[in-house]
Ligand binder design. Structure first.
Ligand SMILES: Nc1nc2c(c(=O)[nH]1)N[C@H]1C(S)=C(S)[C@@H](COP(=O)(O)O)O[C@H]1N2
Ligand SMILES: [Mo]
Length: 312
């Protein structure tokens, strides 16, 4: 029997107003239609039960949307520099044609054209909270599809235990790649169970438009319950392996960044308290929640892993 428990983010919160909800929803649906038109998908793929791209209401954000301008102008993207103002530099990254390679321990290694891939999945919109380890946060509407759908396309073998997400390495437009002390390409990873979790999402749209390059266009992964650095941008390769990958930040600074990186207000980063977070576009600080408030969906993934550094 299902017993309804209040989810973390259903607790009263100052930022929520009915206006935000109504506006956000209408705008989301309207612009999502634009996104699909913009991606050039066939008409058949556009209508799903009447709505162009329906918002999945299972992941209620419990917070006001971050203004689009803030979310798209305050970014972390080290390939384009270590500052937050990378949108014009990232704008030089070509978004099409784009291919993603599925490789490693899979039955069907393949190189997928992104637009072909988008014809084979069904898109939905999700408003998700994002929490950077630097203690800022945003709440934005993404369009995309569950990572589990891509895993099924790749058909990993029984030996696959981990998934590795690799960002494109485009030396022509990414000046950061010349900084040879960084372990390029930007690489992140998760367990198979995490990749199959319904919250793990591949985003191709943001605010109903293609994901802007600075936010990880044309396609990025999202782990909304983990610190933002896990959510790699501009994915070129997705690899299935039996070995736990060492990711970009973990290679650079293993005392500060680990493999799991689940959000936890009670486990401080060596340089930042994680107790609260600043909402982009406002002066407000709000309490941070364990698993970024998504514990109901993901806490089970970590049962029996008590010896692991789950929050680093
Ligand atoms: N390829 C790549 N992906 C990346 C990063 C990066 O530097 N390069 N930064 C990460 C960090 S630290 C955060 S907080 C988020 C920021 O996403 P946003 O700019 O869309 O807010 O992207 C993550 N993904
Ligand atoms: Mo971050």
């Amino acid at each position: 029997m299902m017993i309804h428990r209040a989810r973390g983010w259903e607790l009263p919160e100052t930022a929520v107003t009915p206006e935000n909800w109504v506006l956000g929803r209408r705008r989301g649906l309207g612009l999502a239609a634009g996104l699909i038109a913009g991606l050039g998908l066939p008409a058949a793929a556009r209508s799903q039960g009447g709505a162009p791209v329906a918002r999945n209401e299972r992941f209620t954000p419990g917070r006001a949307l971050t203004p689009e301008r803030e979310a798209t102008s305050y970014n972390n993207y080290y390939e384009f520099g270590s500052g937050k103002n990378v949108s014009s530099a990232a704008g030089r990254l070509p978004q099409r044609p784009w291919t993603i390679r599925l490789e490693g321990l899979v039955e069907k290694p393949q190189e997928l054209d992104l637009d072909d891939l988008l014809k084979r999945v069904s898109l939905e919109e999700r408003v998700l909270r994002h929490r950077c380890v630097e203690a800022w946060a945003m709440t934005v509407p993404w369009t995309g599809f569950p990572m589990a759908d891509l895993v099924r396309l790749a058909a990993p073998t029984a030996a696959a235990k981990f998934v590795v997400f690799e960002t494109v390495r485009d030396t022509a437009v990414m000046p950061g790649l010349r900084q040879s002390w960084y372990p390029w390409p930007y690489t992140e990873g998760c367990t198979m169970a995490e990749a199959m979790n319904e919250l793990c999402f591949l985003a191709v749209g943001l605010y109903g438009k293609p994901v802007p390059p600075q936010n990880g266009g044309p396609i990025r992964v999202l782990f909304p319950w983990k610190y933002g650095f896990k959510s790699g941008k501009a994915l070129a390769r997705i690899r299935f392996t039996d070995t736990r990958p060492v990711s970009f930040w973990e290679k650079l600074q293993p005392s500060e960044y680990g493999f799991w990186a689940n959000v936890n207000p009670e486990v401080s980063h060596p340089r930042w308290s994680q107790a609260t977070e600043r909402l982009l576009g406002s002066n407000e600080r709000v309490p941070t929640r364990i698993y970024n408030g998504y514990g109901e969906f993901v806490a089970d993934l970590y049962r029996g892993l008590d010896g692991e550094k789950l929050f680093l």
